[in-house]
Write a new protein. Structure first.
Length: 437
């Protein structure tokens, strides 16, 4: 593997791509530490050092921003608005015929949908930035911090608008950085930035576990977490690479005097076809009642019930509902992202068929049957992986940003595998051995 790294940096064009990607990553990480105007940075650091600060409602968004959200920097929103906009456009493609037609137009249609995604990202950044500023001004961003209400000393309209515009511009800049990596670097830009944001929180989270440990100065707990993380990475790699290959045979066609077709291929159906999207959907949906309860005043019965049963990650009702939502969204996302009828029609159009299955509707029904069968283990696997942070809360007394949590480990392994495969393919094009032997 070290030899493959050395060969990657010895290849001039590949070295330029790698160095360019590293340069963009440095710019992104610097931006996550630049505070926006109107924020008292000392009070923010005081609240972050508070033990309860990392256990707030915004843990998931803070993880995707690389810790920039709770520090209220220019990249506080990170790539979360872009992720949300991409998911919304992908869902609307199934509902709105115009977007579905654009998707079928190829590269031109994809460029148009990407433009819509950018506009929606800016709109969501304005909305989320306004919510973050309002939350910071009210002191609800850091529950239990004595100086939480003094984070924004000047609460005038001008300062508020300046803060929202700064965060929106930061989100647009992050989106541009991601597109630069995609065009001139290695891998998918947004995925790389997401990878870096999550990985940046690992050292501090691991060291916090060591500091909180009691056995041998915390080193036993530290080693146990590392061991659990390695086991989880191995499990995730195994499942993410697992796929059900549906064999497809193409009949021979005579065009003039030449024979075309007659080849054999397969349709790869991944066990985890939905990726990390169901976990994000389930987490976001569970945050809604907790968010309503947090901003509601008083101590009403419904607020107490939500705080005890839905907002508390250790509550049995929270665990069961979280698991069921992940399973539901796994089936839901697979249903809208993979269309068996469309695949069957395309196969029939080009003379393809599955051996033993008639073309047309029987092929679509067979693909639906296989897809439902393999989605069950994929959805259960996602649910079990997502519950790891809760087990960490009980076993290691860690915070909700447990470094080897379900969402973080799925994204890091998935992005890492795709990036390594891209470098691998470019090395093999130059007759070099790659990473995967």
């Amino acid at each position: 593997m070290l030899t493959a790294f050395a060969r990657a940096f010895k290849t001039p064009d590949l070295r330029k791509k790698l160095l360019f990607t590293l340069g963009i990553i440095v710019v992104y990480r610097v931006g996550t530490h630049v505070p926006i105007p109107g924020v008292d940075y000392r009070n923010v650091q005081t609240c972050i050092d508070n033990a309860e600060a990392n256990q707030g409602l915004f843990g998931l968004v803070n993880m995707f921003s690389g810790g920039a959200l709770l520090q209220i920097t220019i990249f506080a929103l990170g790539i979360m608005p872009y992720i949300t906009a991409s998911i919304i456009l992908q869902l609307l493609t199934v509902v709105i015929p115009r977007l579905e037609a654009l998707k079928k137009e190829g590269q031109a249609g994809t460029a148009k949908i990407t433009q819509y995604t950018r506009y929606l990202t800016v709109a969501l950044a304005i909305l989320q930035g306004t919510g973050l500023v309002a939350t910071a001004r009210s002191g609800a961003l850091f529950s239990g911090c004595p100086v939480a209400s003094q984070i924004v000393p000047d609460q005038s309209i001008f300062v508020t608008i300046t803060m929202v515009i700064t965060m929106t511009a930061g989100t647009a800049f992050v989106m541009w950085l991601g597109e630069l990596i995609t065009d001139r670097g290695i891998g998918n830009g947004m995925s790389i930035l997401m990878f870096i944001s999550i990985a940046a929180t690992f050292p501090s989270a691991l060291w916090a576990i060591k500091e909180q440990g009691d056995l041998a100065g915390g080193w036993i707990e530290f080693g146990a977490v590392i061991a659990v993380g390695l086991v989880m990475v191995g499990l995730v790699v195994f499942v993410e690479q697992a796929q059900r290959r549906i064999p497809v045979q193409y009949a021979k066609r005579m065009i003039g005097r030449r024979s075309y077709g007659g080849t054999s291929t397969y349709i790869p159906l991944k066990v985890n076809q939905a990726g990390v999207i169901p976990v994000i959907f389930a987490s976001s949906l569970l945050y809604i009642p907790a968010l309503i309860a947090q901003f509601a005043g008083g101590k009403s019965d419904w607020k107490i019930w939500i705080e005890q049963n839905l907002a508390d990650p250790k509550a049995p009702s929270h665990l069961v509902l979280y698991f069921l939502l992940i399973v539901f969204f796994a089936f839901f996302y697979v249903a809208i992202s993979f269309n068996p009828e469309e695949v069957a029609d395309n196969m029939k159009k080009y003379g393809g068929f599955i051996p033993g299955i008639r073309a047309g509707r029987p092929t679509a029904e067979y693909l639906s049957y296989v897809l439902n069968r393999i989605t069950w283990p994929g959805s259960l696997y996602l649910g079990l992986i997502a519950l790891v942070p809760t087990m960490a809360l009980v076993g290691f007394d860690a915070n909700q940003n447990f470094p080897f949590g379900g969402t973080s480990i799925l994204i890091i392994v998935g992005v890492g595998l795709e990036t390594v495969k891209q470098i691998e393919s470019q090395l093999q094009q130059r007759n070099y051995e790659g990473f995967l032997r």
